[in-house]
Design a protein around this ligand. Structure first.
Ligand code: NI
Length: 152
């Protein structure tokens, strides 16, 4: 597996470090990154590092003021008026901005709504909780992504 050095860096230089691991663990890791289509271990490890940093920001309360983007995915029965009302209310009164939304009619009865949100972690979580908690939402899930400025 070849290493590449044309990676994007910002505010820093590329640093090499060695990692020791059990051979079987490394074998399984190589299989995984092959399946996922990574060009080399370095890119896979960088991705895992970024993912863990974002996950930490998402769950750690000290990072609540950090700005992130995210999606709130909602599956619900068609005709759930409470959702449209809550979304409108949140758009008027929340600091979190619902930037975009996508509606998919899954079948005769069910709808899938994807809301793209941007704001402070704590605000995004609050908006997601309020939407997912609406009676009639069958399944709701929040995903958050860092805006990327400190993940090079
Ligand atoms: Ni629909």
């Amino acid at each position: 597996m070849q290493e590449e050095h044309n990676n994007i860096t910002k505010n820093g230089k590329m640093v090499r470090f060695g990692v020791s691991a059990d051979s079987r663990l490394l074998e399984r890791f190589d299989e995984l990154i092959n399946k996922k289509g990574y060009v080399n271990r370095s890119e896979a490890i960088r991705d895992i590092m970024r993912d863990q940093l974002v996950e930490f920001s998402r769950t750690d309360r000290t990072d609540d003021n950090k700005e992130m983007v995210g999606t709130i995915n909602l599956v619900y029965r068609h005709g759930l008026k409470a959702l449209a009302e809550k979304i409108a209310e949140l758009q008027h009164h929340s600091h979190t901005h619902i930037i975009s939304s996508l509606h998919v009619h899954l079948d005769g009865e069910n709808c899938f709504e994807v809301l793209v949100v941007r704001g402070k972690v704590s605000d995004i979580k609050e908006v997601a909780d309020r939407l997912i908690g609406i009676k009639g939402i069958i399944h709701g899930k929040l995903t958050m992504c860092a805006k990327g400025e400190d993940l090079y």
